[in-house]
Ligand binder design. Structure first.
Ligand code: COA
Length: 182
C-alpha cells in the first residue's frame, strides 16, 4: 500500500515499542476520542503489548520513515474461538492519524488495511464506535461509507468523562467511495 509516500503495514510484535509510543501519542492528543485513557495504557508492560499485537492486527502508517498513524482490528469474539468464527465481523479500534499527516489520505489507507484484513478472513462487515462529539472522525467515516447502526452507548471510563458514542458499520465489499482517494 503506498499513497503520497505513505506505507501502511501490519506491526510485528518486535515493533511493540513503536505501537505503544503511537498509541500513547494518540491518547494524549485526542483523549476524548477513545474508550481507553493515557493513564490506563501508560502502565502496560512489554509482554502485554507483545501479547496485544499477537492477538489481533495492528497497522502502522509510515510517512518519510516516521510513524504517522495507527489502527487495530479486533474480532467480534474471543481469539480462542475457532477461525471460522472470525467470519462474523471485526471492530475497527484505536484509529489515529498524527496531526501533521491529517487530510492527506493516511486515514483512508488505515481503514483500507482493516477492510482488506476483514475481507481476507471472510468477515462480512467492519464496525466501530465513534464519539458523538467527534465531528471530524464522523465526517471521515461517512466519507468512507460507514453508516449508523442505530446503537448508541454511554461508555464509562476510569478517571475520564464517559463517552457518548454511536456505532457505525459498513460491509467489507461496498459501493462506497474509493478507500484511497488522494
Ligand atoms: C479521525 C481521523 C483518523 C481522520 O483522519 P483525517 O486525516 O483527519 O481525515 P480526513 O481529513 O481525510 O477527513 C476528515 C473529514 O472531516 C472534515 N472535517 C474536518 N474538520 C471537521 C469538523 N470540525 N467538523 C466536521 N467535519 C470536519 C474534513 O473536511 C474531511 O472531510 P472531507 O474528506 O469530505 O473533506 C483523524 O482526524 C484523527 O486521528 N483524529 C483524532 C483521533 C480520532 O478521532 N480517532 C477516531 C476514533 S473513533
Amino acid at each position: 500500500m503506498n499513497v503520497s509516500g505513505v506505507q501502511v503495514r501490519r506491526a510485528l510484535p518486535d515493533e511493540w515499542a513503536t505501537v505503544r509510543d503511537v498509541r500513547l501519542a494518540a491518547l494524549a492528543d485526542a483523549p476524548d476520542a477513545f474508550a481507553s485513557t493515557l493513564s490506563r495504557e501508560l502502565v502496560r508492560t512489554e509482554p502485554q503489548w507483545r501479547s496485544r499485537i499477537r492477538a489481533w492486527p495492528w497497522f502502522l502508517a509510515w510517512r518519510a520513515g516516521v510513524p504517522a498513524g495507527l489502527v487495530a482490528a479486533v474480532p467480534d469474539q474471543p481469539a480462542s474461538e475457532p477461525p471460522a468464527a472470525t467470519r462474523r465481523g471485526w471492530h475497527l479500534v484505536s484509529m489515529w492519524v498524527s496531526p501533521p499527516a491529517r487530510g492527506r489520505g493516511v486515514a483512508d489507507l488505515l481503514v483500507g488495511a482493516v477492510l482488506d484484513h476483514a475481507e481476507t478472513v471472510g468477515a462480512p462487515r467492519v464496525t466501530l464506535w465513534v464519539a458523538l462529539g467527534n465531528a471530524r472522525a464522523r465526517a471521515f467515516y461517512a466519507r468512507m461509507g460507514f453508516t449508523p447502526t442505530g446503537r448508541r452507548q454511554v461508555y464509562p471510563r476510569d478517571g475520564a468523562a464517559a463517552l457518548d458514542e454511536e456505532e457505525l458499520t459498513r460491509p467489507v465489499r461496498s459501493a462506497a467511495p474509493p478507500r484511497a482517494s488522494r
